[in-house]
Design a binder for this molecule. Structure first.
Ligand code: GDP
Ligand code: MG
Length: 692
């Protein structure tokens, strides 16, 4: 386990669903010698898809971190989901990985999810290499996909390989291997050993010219990257393979280029070079900037940071909580210092120390107990009782709170009831456990009605959670129809003052509260703060008023929905000294908030989804007509091979049951993906139906 930190790679393999992420991961685990049998997605026995839900649906929903070794380098693969309903899972993974392999299908090219993930990777400045997979399929086109990476993603792919052939027999010139443009040689992968044996040969004559042309492009790019290389290049000198790789590595780490590979995971072609690329081109933890956070004590608040080194104080991030036979396992990335078994690091969110009972390295088909994990590495921890995703674990003597992981707001909710009232307590416990594992899921029980609402990112998300309740926890639930989670904000900025002046049971109650409300844009939630000059309000009164404002705001707005996108500032709070001064202040707040909300005018917000439908030409008309009927706004529509891609934005309220509809409109041939995009003002018709 004690790899030098520069010999560690924390990577994600990201892809649009069905591009071949699971298959590629499976091959990687096999070649790196950890997995003793090769799994196949279509047989439902792969290693990363161990959650039964995933085998059932054939999609990877839950991240798992798996460790393997290649060329004396420890590679932690953080599995990322391919389904867009679970984008938050991808975001969460991107936070803790240092580099990514982006898998594309050479047939479908750049798809919606690749685009989303690519943009997220840009945001987190994650260096990438690309793998153009499925070169064995009919219609596979390396160059078209390569160009799409440039055009649709604004990427800077650099081909370091080209395929030898495309498609499968009996197609003439079927895919048989790949050409390595750095070493200028051909690689063939023996199908009899599941690609384990790689033969290196000369570039076939019929591919010589093409290879020369692509190598030329490669050299042009590399020469532009580095002055010294440019000099050698211009003088006609020899650019060694090592120098090419070195230059590409620096540029990849800087996010300037993405070395691009190709092959067919299914047919065992071209996977080992991707593993080489992970070692050669993707960053080690020391290639990434120091991790930033804040001192958890508000009195000492200030920026803190930790270098990726074992001799720094401990700073680690819990990025995933997964149900496990021994209780919940927390996946933790250690950014600095050393995490030891039986240690009690501080969880600054709770200001509590938590026991690290066991540390596990998770491999494809085994897990190994370890005593310590050093900076840069990833480990599974058993024993943390209260930690949730996004929590920091740190040295109690040198506390730091790493930036928490931000998850999108839930957009859909559904009422659930236990089949038998005896299960009520059990249901609550299970929901709490599920919420701990999945931060994009929430459960809330209304005290008055006793009704439990679960909320999440989309219909499929809730469906998966309901299945898990039944299958994993054996709780039978009755579910109601899912509903859109509306929000409300205000239209105008308003300043408002409210007074209380009354006598109650002989006590004088006099207080006044002055507030300002301001609508905010973007994805802001509600912020409540004091904007009074220091000393203007008595400290105790100020605290009391702020706490009461929080409570009022949390109770929702005038339309009955949670408030969002607004700022509420306390400008003044005064009261007459008396025994019931506190009561007077609370009463004034309770009066002021509804009044200011009314004056500022409520605005209903509804979730807008981003939708991409991919359909064969034959069904285009029907699909478009249906989208129009759902009042979707089509933002883009284009051809990809034989298929048409329609991108649109639609209100979630119009999209219920879409999966069934798409299936029946296209005889099951069209596919789609949908994810929350934003909240936007709802039209009057929606407001009417919601209030009516
Ligand atoms: P994921 O959704 O990205 O994890 O994709 P999977 O690895 O589950 O693959 C989706 C489907 O594509 C499965 O039926 C695979 O067998 C198939 N597949 C994966 N890689 C290839 C490939 O290189 N060539 C072909 N023809 N099929 C592939
Ligand atoms: Mg998969």
């Amino acid at each position: 386990m004690d790899h030098d930190i520069t010999r560690i790679r924390n990577i994600g393999i990201v892809a649009h669903i069905d591009a071949g992420k699971t298959t590629t991961t499976e091959r990687i685990l096999y070649y790196s010698g950890v997995s003793h049998r090769m799994g196949n997605v279509d047989d439902g026995n792969t290693t990363t898809d161990f959650d039964p839900d995933e085998s059932k649906r054939g999609i990877t929903i839950y991240s798992a971190a798996i460790t393997c070794e290649w060329k004396n380098t420890l590679i932690n693969i953080i599995d990322t989901p391919g389904h867009v309903d679970f984008t938050a899972e991808v975001e969460r993974s991107l936070r803790v990985l240092d580099g990514a392999v982006v898998v594309f299908s050479a047939v479908e090219g750049v798809e919606a999810q690749s685009e989303t993930v690519w943009r997220q990777a840009d945001r987190y400045q994650v260096p990438r290499v690309c793998f153009i997979n499925k070169m064995d399929r009919i219609g596979a086109d390396f160059e078209r996909t390569f160009d799409e990476i440039k055009q649709r993603l604004n990427g800077q792919p650099v081909a370091v390989q080209i395929p030898i052939g495309a498609g499968s027999p009996p197609t003439p010139d079927a895919l048989s291997g790949v050409i390595d443009l750095i070493e200028m040689r051909a690689l063939y992968f023996d199908p009899d050993t599941q690609g384990l044996d790689v033969q290196v040969k000369d570039i076939p004559e019929s591919y010589r010219q093409q290879a020369e042309a692509w190598r030329e492009k490669l050299l042009d790019v590399v020469a532009m990257l580095d002055d010294d290389v440019m000099e050698v290049f211009l003088e006609g000198g020899v650019l060694s393979a090592d120098l090419l790789r070195q230059t590409l590595r620096v540029a990849t780490l800087a996010g300037v280029v993405q070395p691009t590979f190709c092959g067919s995971s299914l047919d065992y072609i071209g996977v080992q070079p991707v593993l080489d690329a992970v070692v050669d081109f993707l960053p080690s933890p020391t290639d990434r900037p120091a991790i930033a956070g804040e001192h958890p004590n508000p009195k000492k608040a200030g920026r803190e940071s930790r270098q990726p080194a074992a001799d720094e104080p401990l700073a680690a991030l819990v990025f995933k909580v997964q149900a496990d036979q021994h209780g919940d396992m927390c996946f933790v990335r250690v950014y600095s210092g050393v995490l030891k078994r039986n240690a009690k690091p501080l969880n600054p969110r709770l200001n509590k120390r938590e026991l690290v009972h066991q540390l596990w390295r998770i491999q494809a088909d085994s897990r190994i107990k370890v005593d310590e994990v050093r900076a840069g590495n990833i480990v599974g921890v058993i024993g943390l009782k209260e930690a949730v995703t996004g929590d920091t674990l740190c040295d109690p003597g040198k506390p730091i709170r790493l930036e928490p992981i931000v998850f999108p707001e839930t957009v859909i909710a559904m009422a659930v009831e236990p089949e038998s009232s005896a299960d009520r307590k059990k249901l609550a416990d299970c929901l709490a456990r599920l919420a701990r594992q999945d931060p994009t899921f929430q459960a809330h029980t209304n005290e008055e009605t006793g009704q439990t609402l679960i909320s999440g990112m989309g219909e499929l998300h809730l469906e998966v959670l309901r299945d898990r309740l039944q299958r994993d926890f054996h709780v039978d639930v009755r579910v109601h129809k899912p509903r859109v989670s509306y929000r409300e904000t205000v239209r105008n900025a308003v300043t408002h003052e409210s007074r209380i002046d009354r006598t109650f049971a002989g006590n004088v109650q006099q207080a006044s509260i002055k507030l300002r409300i301001t609508p905010l844009s973007g994805n802001a939630l509600v912020s409540v703060k004091s904007a009074a000059k220091p000393g203007k309000i008595v400290a105790e009164i100020e605290q009391l008023a702020l706490a009461a404002l929080h409570d009022e705001v949390n109770a929702g707005g005038r339309l009955g929905f949670p408030l969002a996108r607004l700022e509420l500032s306390l400008l003044d709070a005064q009261c007459k000294q008396s025994e019931s001064a506190e009561i007077a202040v609370l009463a004034a707040v309770a009066k002021a908030v509804p009044e200011i909300l009314e004056r500022a005018e409520s605005v209903l917000l509804q979730p807008i989804m981003r939708l991409e439908v991919v359909t064969p030409e034959d069904f285009l008309g029907g699909i478009q007509a249906d989208l129009n009927a759902r009042r979707a706004i089509i933002t883009k529509s284009f051809r990809r091979g034989d298929l048409t891609v329609i991108e649109s934005e639609a209100a979630l309220g119009q999209m219920f049951g879409y999966s069934t509809q798409v299936r029946s409109l296209s005889q099951g041939r069209a596919s789609y993906s949908m994810q929350p995009l934003k909240y936007a003002e709802a039209p009057p018709s929606v407001l009417e139906s919601v209030l009516g």
